[in-house]
Design a protein around this ligand. Structure first.
Ligand code: GDP
Length: 525
């Protein structure tokens, strides 16, 4: 379709995900961002999640209480002259391969860290997925209103645990009860936490890195301390480097307090400025399709099953990569060559706007699906005939043995498993010699969804026996010797019949590596 404003629209897009460990403050900061974007009017409207403690296994209840899970997966709003798309990456019990795949559909990521806790397990896992994509990662160190760790220590932890350079965009002046504000290195100003204590002024400009003239803050010892620290990081730390940021080799670090809405707007302003617009997306032939290409294309990165047992329909989440989506348009599903009409589509506009019927590169559309789409599918308009690169598979960490409860229902059991595996809901393995079914996931929720959907969509009741956490490592089939299997590992094969070991723990894996140094152990992404 001919869209005269395509380039300008694409260039205004900022599509990102927030990654964090549970409780670091992702929901709180998301709400503040939506407030700034005018997408919501009061805090507490994103997800009903604080309304109760969800039982870990009760996936249906989670969905019911949340009610709006599909619409809250993508949040869109305008800020300055940018259109921002935030893709939700659930932590908590909902953590799954979907979470990882969502990171394949963004152009940058924001990592939220609790200033008292530093980098936690989930953050690290998600960081690694983002890092491999080589996209920019912005860091927001949260909860400054509470006593936390020293800023220098937190930056060191970033470099040590995540092996990424950091550049402080601002620097906290005190913390907890003694929080005075932030020394904003990037904008050369100080932003006060309690402006009412400083004659109501929220910012004060800096001259040569200092407040010119008299100022009550200068009488406090914290002022000199911060000047010293800032000087130290300026001299000894890494220089701000946009090149490195765009490759994901340096992360700009912001400090603030999401709960008290301090530092969030400053973060958002710099973020929309520095975060990348949509790039050309790679195809399986290592080519790249320009986001300004006139014909529409996109790929499916997530499929969400409908929770209503009477409907077997689903929503396929499509990241638009080129052209302009228009409701009712005809596209081709590359894998099957089938023509599809995109009429029943959810868009994630926060409020009604005139061009609500359009989406361009960077935007996400939710296509109503009755079973045609798979994860990784490309759709395109006209003769574009593009196939976007495959989405990676992620090394599962949790495993279950699975059997059909009713032996008479083997057929529906197999059909269900194969379809759900195809769709990317779960990974399937078999024990190498005895062909018993093992399913693998990155998050517990995937098992629950699997069990529920097997019953409701395929009428197959499954029995699952937990095997717990395992470390899965693939080996070269030519090096396989069945005697390598021991009590501390399980020899299995994946759905392409490739051999892998499921190790009990790190120790078991190291023991194996020592015993068979010539065997290379490989993980998926
Ligand atoms: P999520 O699990 O990462 O989405 O975290 P939430 O946004 O739900 O926050 C977890 C808890 O930390 C909640 O009780 C929040 O009110 C609290 N919290 C979030 N941001 C801040 C902050 O800046 N300061 C303080 N003191 N608490 C915060």
């Amino acid at each position: 379709m001919n869209n005269p404003n395509l380039k300008q629209q694409v260039d205004s897009r900022r599509t990102f995900a927030i990654i964090s460990h549970p409780d670091a403050g992702k929901t709180t900061i998301t709400e503040q961002l939506l407030l700034f974007g005018g997408a919501i009017r009061q805090a507490g409207t994103v997800k009903g999640k604080k309304t109760g403690n969800f039982a870990k296994s009760d996936w249906m209840d989670i969905e019911k209480q949340r009610g709006i899970s599909v619409t809250s997966s993508v949040m869109q709003f305008d800020f300055d002259d940018k259109r921002v798309n935030i893709l939700d990456t659930p932590g908590h019990e909902d953590f799954s391969e979907d979470t990882y795949r969502t990171l394949m559909a963004v152009d940058s990521a924001v990592m939220v860290i609790d200033s008292a806790k530093g980098i936690e397990a989930q953050t690290k896992k998600l960081f690694q997925v983002v890092k491999r994509r080589g996209i920019p990662i912005f860091t927001f160190i949260n909860k400054l209103d509470r006593d936390g760790r020293e800023p220098l220590e937190l930056l060191e932890e970033l470099e040590e645990l995540l092996a990424i350079e950091s550049y402080p965009m601002n620097w906290p002046i005190g913390m907890g009860k003694g929080l005075e504000g932030i020394y904003d290195i990037y904008n050369e100003r100080i932003e006060f936490y309690r402006p009412e204590q400083y004659e109501g002024e929220r910012y004060i400009k800096l001259t040569n890195g200092e407040i010119a003239g008299d100022h009550p803050l200068k009488e406090k010892s914290i002022y000199e301390d911060v000047l010293g620290e800032v000087e130290l990081v300026r001299e000894a730390g890494d220089q701000f480097d946009l090149e490195k940021i765009s490759r994901g080799d340096q992360t700009p670090v912001f400090f603030g307090s999401a709960l008290t809405n301090f530092g969030v707007e400053t973060f958002l302003e710099s973020f929309v400025d520095l975060a990348p617009k949509p790039h050309a997306h790679k195809t399986i032939d290592e080519e790249a399709i320009s986001p300004y290409e006139e014909e529409f294309s996109g790929f499916v990165f997530k499929i969400q099953a409908n929770m209503n047992p009477n409907h077997r329909d689903r929503i396929a989440f499509v990241r638009v990569c080129s052209g302009t989506f228009e409701r009712g348009m005809d596209v081709t599903l590359g894998r099957t060559g089938k023509k599809m009409k995109l009429s029943n589509v959810t868009q994630f506009m926060a409020d009604a706007r005139e061009n609500v019927e359009e989406a361009v590169a960077g935007d996400i559309i939710g296509v109503y699906d009755t079973g045609n789409y798979q994860i990784g599918d490309t759709i395109y308009e006209g003769k574009l005939k593009v196939a976007y690169e495959e989405l990676p598979s992620f090394t599962p960490e949790l495993f279950m043995k699975v059997t059909a409860k009713n032996v008479m229902k083997q057929k529906s059991f197999h059909k269900g498993i194969y379809q759900l595996v195809q769709e990317g809901a779960i990974q399937l393995y078999k024990t190498y010699l005895t062909d018993e079914y093992i399913i693998g996931a990155v998050g517990q929720l995937q098992f629950e969804v699997f069990q529920y959907r097997m019953l409701n969509e395929y009428n197959a009741e499954v029995v699952m026996t937990p095997m717990g956490n395992k470390i899965a490592r693939w080996i070269n089939p030519e090096q396989l010797d069945e005697r390598m299997s021991s009590s501390r590992n399980i020899l299995a094969k994946d759905r392409f019949d490739q051999p892998l070991f499921l190790f009990e723990n790190q120790f078991a894996m190291r023991w194996f590596a020592d015993k068979y140094p010539e065997v290379e152990l490989k993980s998926l992404m």
